[in-house]
Design a protein around this ligand. Structure first.
Ligand SMILES: Nc1ncnc2c1ncn2[C@@H]1O[C@H](COP(=O)(O)OP(=O)(O)OP(=O)(O)O)[C@@H](O)[C@H]1O
Length: 362
């Protein structure tokens, strides 16, 4: 656990970057620090591993005052990942990842073997291990940065905008991989970002800071969306709060009803079967593939190229936001619901999802 206890940083020129910050980052959870530029996120993070010393107040690592530990000992327990990865350009990927274990005197062969495992664990092709950082994409470099921070198996990880320098698609992949990895590792993580959507996606709890380095609100993502504490937080959290909060509302009781289907490759019964509008095409495993208009394509073979693929899929027990989106994006107006293996369970309408939402509110 990391605990900021009235931690304050005043720089020599008088700037108060962090002002009496009191905040606990619980063990095994992701705590995100978010806020506008200059609100003291990076300064707060660096006070944890003492790259920056607080002017007053204390930062605790479990029951230990971090000021009482030699910095190198403290940093051994704390991984650190920064934007642009900060890799050593003249070392291979493998040696970058093995940096800390080697510094700690681990046997070279063992260090490299574990580094290779980590390279795979963060989703990189092991063939990349021999390359130099400049021979990798930005997203791949960030993964190496994460692997390097994990190499000494520290219980705590500090991450400063680790995914900010890559394009939105890669960024989303990195976020998903990161959540998967954290599901396995359960580290205590303090994560800095200026992006509220990233904060809401990744955080078990989110601390919104204001310029001047004070804490505006500490809450779970769902609470933050539902009940921003003041106008500043409401403005920072942004638009569509009600809709975005549905990402945290789960639809275990979705009233899924049976949906008629036609198999890709077969000739579909169309209006002969009394179906008006659209029919759902599935593959041999009953995985939904797309929608086919029924009226005008009677008796023709259902081919991939004829399918309307606009509809998103929802999972039973998944977020109500996905369920509603499945309905709104489906040409038939019926949202397709699948099980965890992607097999068809049935469909639901927007009206039914909205009723469920209203029921929850009541
Ligand atoms: N070495 C320094 N000397 C004086 N002021 C500093 C120093 N480093 C940072 N500051 C100031 O402290 C405040 C907080 O900076 P910090 O980098 O912690 O903010 P941040 O929230 O991480 O910002 P950003 O999102 O822009 O990276 C800012 O006003 C910044 O100008």
């Amino acid at each position: 656990m990391i605990r900021f206890d009235a931690a304050t940083k005043r720089y020599p020129d008088g700037t108060v970057a962090v002002d009496q910050l009191t905040l606990e980052a619980p063990s095994g959870a992701i705590t995100v620090l978010v806020g506008p530029s200059g609100c003291g996120k990076t300064t707060s993070l660096r006070m944890v591993n003492r790259m920056i010393e607080p002017t007053s107040g204390t930062v605790w690592l479990d029951d230990t005052d971090t000021a009482s530990l030699p910095a190198h000992e403290l940093r051994r327990r704390i991984g650190y990942v920064i934007q642009n990865a900060g890799l050593f350009p003249h070392r291979t990927v493998l040696d970058n990842v093995a940096t800390v274990p080697l510094l700690l005197g681990e046997d070279r062969r063992r260090a490299r073997a574990s580094a290779l495992e980590l390279v795979e664990r963060v989703g990189l092709d092991p063939a990349l291990a021999k390359r130099y950082p400049a021979q990798l994409s930005g997203g791949q470099q960030q993964r190496v940065g994460v692997a390097r921070a994990l190499a000494a198996d520290p219980p705590v990880m500090l991450m400063d905008e680790p995914f900010s320098a890559v394009d939105p698609v890669v960024r989303e992949q990195l976020q998903d991989e990161f959540l998967r990895l954290q599901g396995e590792l359960g580290k205590t993580i303090v994560f800095v970002t200026h992006d509220i959507d990233e904060a809401i996606k990744l955080g078990d709890q989110v601390a919104v800071l204001r310029v001047g380095g004070t804490l505006a609100q500490l809450a779970t993502p769902a609470e933050l969306l539902a009940r921003p504490i003041d106008a500043f937080v409401a403005g920072f959290v942004g638009r569509d709060r009600g809709y975005r909060a549905l990402a945290f509302a789960h639809g275990r009781n979705l009233p899924v009803r049976e949906e008629p289907t036609v198999a890709v490759g077969s000739s579909h019964p169309g209006s002969a079967a009394g179906l008006a509008g659209w029919i759902l095409a599935v593959d041999a495993e009953r995985r939904p593939q797309g929608w086919l208009p029924t009226a005008d394509e009677l008796d023709e073979t259902v081919t991939d190229s004829r399918l309307h693929r606009g509809g998103t899929l929802a999972t039973q027990g998944g977020a109500l936001r996905s369920a509603l989106d499945a309905c709104l994006s489906s040409p038939s107006g019926r949202g397709v619901v699948v099980d965890d293996d992607g097999r068809l369970l049935g469909s639901v309408t927007a009206r039914e999802v909205l009723e469920l939402i209203e029921e929850r509110e009541r």
